[in-house]
Design a protein around this ligand. Sequence first.
Ligand code: BG6
Ligand code: MG
Length: 231
Amino acid sequence: MITIHRLEACVFDLDGVIVDTAKYHYQAWKDLANSLGFDFSEAQNELLKGVSRMGSLDLILQWGGVEKSKKEKEALAAWKNEHYLELIESLGIQDALPGVVDFLKELSKHGIKIGLGSASKNAVKIISKLKLNSHFDAIVDGTQVTNGKPHPETFQLACEKLKVAPKNTIVFEDAPKGVQAALSGGMVAVGVGSEESLSEAHLVIAGFESLYLEHLINKLPTLELTASTSN
Ligand code: BG6
Ligand code: MG
């Protein structure tokens, strides 16, 4: 027995889904690690995606075998963030990932609500830099949650704000931890990136270029665009 749900909302992760900022997070953390005398790999960086600033710092220090006091960690996290903000200084709509803005417009045309569910405390700033504010009906960022991804709180709060049921919501995520958060929140998880790292998602797409809502829905057997039916 398959229950078919009507799609009510789409909730987007920010870094690596809406905008190409993941490379700048990596660069800023790498420069911080190098200043402490060690390095970490691209594969290790994958584990930082979707992880809060402090959570990321803890992992990096662990990889470098470096111990720091709480105060020192706060200073390091602040340094990283300042450096990151310098790197994204000239960020603009040209940095939106290909096709994503057209996809947001298509969702609005169909009356689908749009939310942002990001671990980043810089999310509002970045959305403003891209001038995408008007596309979002609700924004949840790293300043509003107690439990980071893979805990579902970020996406649950987004659904609450949008007044939609999680099961009628698609979450778009580029991080395995984000996909896990969507799944444990009872949402439909669409991975954005490689099948290999996001295999837990209901569906993986390479990106938003030439992505049409109807084609997407056709690939998600529990969702449909209009009627809400149970059988
Ligand atoms: C996530 C990124 O979106 O936000 C992580 O994937 C980042 O890499 C996290 O650490 C927190 O971001 P910020 O901007 O608050 O340091
Ligand atoms: Mg991301």
